[in-house]
Design a protein around this ligand. Structure first.
Ligand SMILES: Cc1cc2nc3c(=O)[nH]c(=O)nc-3n(C[C@H](O)[C@H](O)[C@H](O)COP(=O)(O)O)c2cc1C
Length: 193
């Protein structure tokens, strides 16, 4: 199973279309997929209560993430797509990633040594970011903001797709070259699992 999540506030926006296309590529390579549009889910950011140290999952907040955790654990393949908002991932994507904190185990040292309970299971991911501007610099930290936490959690990033110069809602549908690249990284992810 490949789980794909996008963090745009815009239904039918560029991230929505790009996620659909990546997952189509994965399905054509024989994988089952599930698409999640984070704007449709109600969840809070991590509040740092550390209750998950004991419970091994977030039990302090009972919200949309509670329903997503089983899908995250079950899917060995992950797709994250975010538009660039102020040089970074969107607030929806950031809150989602922060809520994955419950998958870490920490030691009592300072700073705390840590490991991820999602690691060493052959988990793989692809990430994509979409920006309006034409210079990769205007994408800021968006790819890093997805890559670094996913790698820390134990995912191998098999492909990254930075997309520039797209502003209008859904305009990506007019760019067959970008859609082809998106389908290709979906296929790459499927074949890597
Ligand atoms: C609040 C906000 C902040 C944005 N910040 C940036 C930015 O820093 N750099 C950039 O290139 N585009 C920026 N954009 C433009 C979006 O990344 C662009 O329109 C993208 O295509 C939106 O994708 P979506 O349709 O998936 O939401 C911003 C848009 C919004 C609404």
């Amino acid at each position: 199973m490949i789980l794909g999540l996008e963090g745009s506030p815009r239904k039918g926006g560029n991230s929505h279309n790009l996620l659909d296309t990546i997952l189509n590529g994965a399905r054509q390579a024989g994988r089952e997929t599930r698409a999640i549009h984070l704007r449709d889910h109600k969840y809070d950011p991590c509040i740092g209560c550390e209750k998950c140290r004991r419970d091994k999952i977030c039990t302090r907040l009972n919200d949309g993430m509670t329903l997503l955790y089983p899908h995250i654990q079950a899917a060995r393949g992950l797709v994250l797509v975010s538009p660039v908002h102020n040089y970074n991932i969107t607030a929806w994507m950031k809150a989602f990633i922060d809520r994955l904190y419950c998958f870490y185990d920490f030691e009592d040292t300072r700073p705390r040594a840590w490991s991820s309970r999602l690691a060493n299971q052959g988990r793989k991911a692809v990430i994509a970011a979409i920006a309006e501007q034409e210079n990769k610099r205007d994408m800021g930290f968006t790819l890093e903001a997805m890559r670094m936490p996913l790698e820390a959690l134990g995912y191998e990033i098999v492909a990254e797709l930075p997309v520039l110069r797209l502003f209008d809602r859904g305009i990506v549908k007019q760019h067959s070259d970008i859609l082809e690249r998106a389908a290709r990284i979906g296929k790459e992810l499927a074949e890597s699992l």
